[in-house]
Write a protein that binds this ligand. Structure first.
Ligand SMILES: CC(C)(COP(=O)(O)OP(=O)(O)OC[C@H]1O[C@@H](n2cnc3c(N)ncnc32)[C@H](O)[C@@H]1OP(=O)(O)O)[C@@H](O)C(=O)NCCC(=O)NCCS
Length: 371
C-alpha cells in the first residue's frame, strides 16, 4: 500500500454518518443532511448523533435541560480564562480549556457508557461558553453569563454579543452547527478515535481532535476563506486572484475535498444561506465575492466549494470575528467527535496502521570517529 493519506482505506465501521463523494451526499444516521438542515434543530442533531435516533419531546426536553445546566464554566476554567484571553489564540485556548476540563468533571475517571455520555454532553454545553467568554475578555468587555431561556445557538450569540439575537440570525447559526456536527472519518474525528482506541480518556481525545482541526487544510480553512474574500475585495478581482494563487501553487481555501468530487452538499445549503443573510443584513457583497470565487475556481481548476467557503461569509455577517470561525467549527464538531469516541469505546480495537519502509537496509554500525 503506497497510497498517501489513507484515501479509500476503511479504518472503522460507524453508524453515525455516511458520505457519497461522487453524488455529493451526506447522511447523519440515515437522514439526509439537507433534510436535517431544513427541519431539525441542533439539539435534535446532538441527540441523533449520540443516540442514533431522533428524540421524542420528552427525550429532547431532558437533553435540553442537561445542556442548559452545564453551560456555566467551572470556576477553575473561569479563573484560567483571563490569562488565556491575554496570551493565546482562540484555538489554543480551546485546546487548553478542553484538556483542563478533565480536572473537575463530576464523573472523574468513571468510564461507564453513561458517564461517557454525560462527559460528552458537558463538553458540548461548555464549548460555546468558553469561546464567548474568551472573546469578551480579550476585547475588555464584561463576560455575559449563559441565558437559560435560549437554545444552544441563540445563547452563543447572546454570550458573544451581549444582546438578545435576532431569531433569524440564531436559526441561521443553528443550521451551520447542524452542517458542521459530523463528517465521518475526517482528520480530527480520526484523531479522536485513534486516541480513544488506546483506551485513553475522552478529554485527551477531544484535545487531540482540536489540534487536528486547527490546521488550514481542515477546520482552519473557514478563517482562511474569509481572509481570502477580504483580500479579493470585489467580485471583479476574483479571477485574477485565483489565477495568481494557482500560479504560485497555493491552495484556494474553501475549495476541494478529499471525499467529494462534486459539490459538497453542505456548501449548497450554506451558499443559499449566505445569499439570504446578505440580503437581510444589507451586505450582498460577500455572497457576490464568494460566488465569483466559486465560478472562477471551477473554471480554472475544476474544484468545487466545500463547507468552509460560504460558512465564512455567513459567520462574518453574523458578527463573528474571523479567528473564532474555526473554534465555532469545533463547537459543532464536538458532537461528532464525542459520538465517534463513544462508538470506538463500545467496540474497540487499537488503531494501528502499517507503513511501507522506504529507507536504506542492511547497514552496519560505524563507530562515531570513523564516520
Ligand atoms: C481538502 C483538501 C486538503 C483535499 O486534498 P486532496 O484530497 O489531496 O485533494 P485532491 O486529491 O482532490 O487534489 C487534486 C488536485 O487538486 C489540487 N487542489 C485540491 N484542492 C485545492 C485547492 N483548494 N486549491 C488549489 N488546488 C487544490 C491538488 O493540489 C491536486 O493538484 P495536482 O493534481 O495538480 O497535484 C484540499 O482540497 C485542500 O487543501 N483544500 C483547501 C483547504 C480547505 O478548504 N480545507 C477544508 C476541507 S473541508
Amino acid at each position: 500500500m503506497n497510497e498517501q493519506g489513507l484515501r479509500e482505506v476503511v479504518a472503522a465501521q460507524t453508524s453515525i454518518s455516511d458520505i457519497n463523494g461522487q453524488q455529493g451526499r451526506l447522511w447523519y444516521v440515515g437522514y439526509d443532511i439537507t433534510d436535517l438542515a431544513r427541519n431539525a434543530t441542533f439539539e435534535e442533531v446532538v441527540y441523533l448523533l449520540h443516540n442514533l435516533d431522533l428524540p421524542d419531546r420528552a427525550q429532547l426536553a431532558k437533553l435540553d435541560t442537561f445542556l442548559v445546566r452545564e453551560r456555566e464554566l467551572h470556576p477553575f476554567l473561569a479563573r484560567m480564562m483571563p490569562t488565556l484571553a491575554q496570551n493565546t489564540s482562540p484555538m489554543s485556548m480551546l485546546r487548553t480549556s478542553v484538556s483542563a476540563s478533565s480536572a473537575f468533571d463530576p464523573d472523574g475517571w468513571d468510564e461507564s457508557p453513561e458517564a461517557e455520555y454525560r462527559k460528552a454532553m458537558r463538553l458540548i454545553a461548555e464549548t460555546p461558553t468558553l469561546i464567548a467568554t474568551f472573546d469578551r475578555l480579550r476585547t475588555g468587555r464584561e463576560v455575559v453569563p449563559p441565558n437559560a431561556s435560549l437554545g444552544h445557538a441563540a445563547n452563543f450569540l447572546w454570550m458573544l454579543h451581549g444582546s438578545e439575537p435576532d431569531p433569524d440570525d440564531a436559526a441561521t447559526l443553528d443550521t451551520t452547527f447542524i452542517l458542521y456536527a459530523d463528517h465521518t472519518l475526517n482528520a480530527s474525528t480520526f484523531t479522536a478515535r485513534i486516541i480513544a482506541s488506546t483506551l485513553s480518556d475522552t478529554f485527551s481525545a477531544m484535545t487531540g481532535a482540536i489540534g487536528a482541526l486547527k490546521g488550514p487544510l481542515h477546520g482552519g480553512a473557514n478563517e482562511e476563506a474569509q481572509k481570502m474574500a477580504e483580500e479579493v475585495g470585489k467580485p471583479e478581482n476574483a479571477e485574477a486572484y485565483v489565477r495568481e494563487r494557482l500560479g504560485r501553487h497555493e491552495k484556494i481555501f474553501g475549495f476541494g475535498h478529499a471525499v467529494y468530487k462534486t459539490m459538497d452538499p453542505r456548501a449548497t445549503v450554506l451558499k443559499e444561506m449566505c445569499r439570504q443573510l446578505g440580503e437581510r443584513c444589507g451586505q450582498p457583497q460577500w455572497y457576490e465575492i464568494f460566488s465569483a470565487l466559486e465560478q472562477t475556481t471551477f473554471e480554472q481548476k475544476g474544484l468545487y466549494p466545500n463547507v468552509d467557503l460560504y460558512a465564512a461569509g455567513v459567520y462574518h455577517m453574523l458578527g463573528i470575528p474571523t479567528d473564532l470561525m474555526t473554534p465555532i467549527f469545533a463547537l459543532a464538531r464536538m458532537v461528532g467527535w464525542t459520538a465517534h469516541v463513544r462508538e470506538q469505546y463500545a467496540n474497540n480495537r487499537i488503531i494501528r496502521p502499517g507503513s511501507e519502509y522506504v529507507g536504506p537496509r542492511d547497514r552496519t554500525y560505524v563507530p562515531i570517529d570513523e564516520r
